[in-house]
Ligand binder design. Structure first.
Ligand code: MSP
Length: 506
């Protein structure tokens, strides 16, 4: 039976268009999925949209439409964006789909029957002009954080999830599973949050205040709080209560990729919900950092929301994917600017990688009649190249497993630079002039083979460019990684195809 892997992204609110933050979570998940598929594992990769709740309702009002139409319009933007970014998801879930709302209702019903949901009094602060409820800690100087006006203390009946009852269990689970939250230092943030007594979670909104959500099956005057609804998407798509065999196979392998801003909801709300439902925790939660645009936290109000589609079409999908993966150290924040993207494109991709590929194919065309030459006798330098490469394979897969995507790419870049030095130092053009054909063949074969291998290692990040590169080297992947990653699979005699540079400079 193949080794199964369930990979999810957070699901995105359809109140606005996709931006670089959404693209980041999705591209990371895609890269992880592709690495695992490359290793022959069976991956089920899920992404989707979070379509209920206040934000979406407010956006609909602003756009003079109803929430469902708002969601229908916006979901296409997300799907197009993922299409343009070459995202290879296996399922796309919308929380308004019946398969999902049915499960939310069914879970609410079981937790209600079990006594894990109860009716109580919710006390909060209401901003009358904004028609919004705020909690005590949302307030800024005791005023509405949104419009700055006075708020009224209001209490209303709502339903609560008995989250507090699972606090001790959750703390023990986190203490016993040091690797569960990645990067591991983020676990302390969650444990810090759990240092205070955990309250119960208010999981409803009365319909007279918000009518856009899943109705409670046992009280039609209430809709479900958007987070309680949204988190369940991970169960819906895995087949919980609809396809037991799929669920049993997938759930123990679940890896949630999220941004650091939603770590508490995923580790506290979600894990206690699962515990109450009777489902073990997922395997891992990986929280990535935040993209800052020219030092400012990205937000609509600052007006600096970079549109992934725009930049992906300027620099190309693969280069854009490479940038997103390479520039953010696991879990840390990163700086985004078009200038940084341009620099990465020109130095790493165009100069180091693209140029090397172009030159090799060009030299093989000129000096070896357009066919991959025989490698001939192996010297010290070639042995060293091969050893470096063997170490690289192990390191790249280790780094990917620990979500250090940027380090995996950094190591690859280092080897590409060494490869450039190897070609430069051996100067096949000069050797050709002096008639040392054996050296020309040796150098061009080994450099091309190393380049092919390196490109297999980065193919999950740049699937299209690497495919083009393989074509130009006259190589077709076998589909079996252990074979593809073996040194010497570039066959002498294969015809190279000279073409345009992989990363043209604009
Ligand atoms: N709908 C919720 C998630 C529910 S998951 C059951 C949500 N949606 S969101 O659209 O606001 O954001 C989704 C993701 O985008 C989060 O993982 C968040 O971290 C990520 N990003 C949004 N802006 C970001 C940056 N500026 N930088 C990096 N990622 C950020 O939250």
């Amino acid at each position: 039976m193949p080794d199964h892997h369930y990979i999810t992204t957070s699901i995105y609110y359809v109140n606005d268009e996709p931006h670089i933050g959404h693209a980041h979570t999705t591209v990371l998940a895609d890269v992880l999925a592709r690495y695992r598929r490359l290793q022959g594992r069976h991956v089920f990769f899920l992404t989707g949209t979070d379509e209920h709740g206040q934000k979406v309702r407010d956006a609909a009002v602003e756009n003079d439409t109803n929430p469902k139409t708002q969601a229908d319009r916006m979901v296409v933007r997300f799907q197009d964006a993922w299409n343009n970014l070459n995202i290879s998801h296996d399922d796309f879930i919308r929380t308004t789909e019946r398969r999902h709302t049915r499960l939310v209702e069914s879970i609410l019903r079981s937790l209600w029957d079990k006594g894990d949901i109860y009716f109580g009094e919710y006390v909060g602060w209401y901003c009358v002009p904004d028609e919004r409820f705020w909690t005590e800690k949302d307030l800024v100087d005791a005023k509405c954080p949104d419009c700055g006006r006075a708020v009224e203390k209001i209490s209303e009946g709502n339903y609560f999830f008995r989250m507090s009852g699972y606090q001790k269990w959750l703390v023990d689970h986190l203490n016993d599973h040091a690797e569960f939250i990645q990067p591991t230092y983020r676990r302390n943030e969650v444990l810090g949050y759990l240092g205070r007594p955990l309250g119960d979670l208010c999981i409803t909104r009365p319909v007279h205040r918000l009518d856009w959500g899943v109705r409670l099956p046992f009280d039609p005057n209430y809709v479900t709080y958007v987070w309680f609804d949204a988190l369940i998407n991970y169960l819906t798509a895995a087949g919980f209560r609809s396809d037991d065999r799929a669920f049993e196979r997938l759930w123990p392998t679940a890896t949630h990729l999220i941004g650091k801003d939603i770590l508490i909801t995923h580790s506290v709300f979600w894990l206690t919900m699962l515990k109450a439902i009777g489902i073990p925790p997922p395997k891992t939660i990986f929280a990535h950092g935040w993209w800052n645009v020219e030092g400012a936290k990205m937000s609509k109000s600052v007006g600096n929301v970079a549109k992934p589609l725009d930049l992906a079409s300027v620099f190309g999908t693969d280069a854009f994917r490479y940038f997103l993966v390479r520039e953010m150290a696991a879990g840390r924040d990163a700086e985004f600017s078009e200038e940084l993207l341009r620099r990465r494109y020109e130095s790493t991709l165009a100069n180091d990688l693209g140029n090397l590929a172009h030159r090799l194919v060009h030299m093989i065309t000129r000096y070896c009649d357009g066919a991959i030459p025989e490698g001939g006798t192996v010297g010290d330098q070639e042995t060293e190249l091969r050893d470096r490469y063997t170490q690289l394979v192990t390191k790249v897969f280790e780094n990917i497993e620990s979500f250090a995507f940027d380090e995996a790419l950094r190591d690859v870049e280092e080897v590409v630079r060494e490869l450039n030095r190897y070609v430069e130092w051996n100067a096949p053009w000069a050797r050709f002039k002096h008639g040392d054909q054996e050296a020309v063949r040796r150098v061009l074969y080994h450099a091309s083979e190393a380049l092919r291998l390196v490109s297999v290692l980065i193919s999950p990040v740049m699937p299209e460019k690497t495919r083009q590169l393989w074509e130009s080297l006259g190589w077709t992947p076998s589909g079996d990684l252990s074979e593809e990653l073996m040194w010497g699979r570039l066959r002498p005699g294969s015809e190279v195809i000279p073409g345009h540079p992989l990363f043209p400079k604009n």
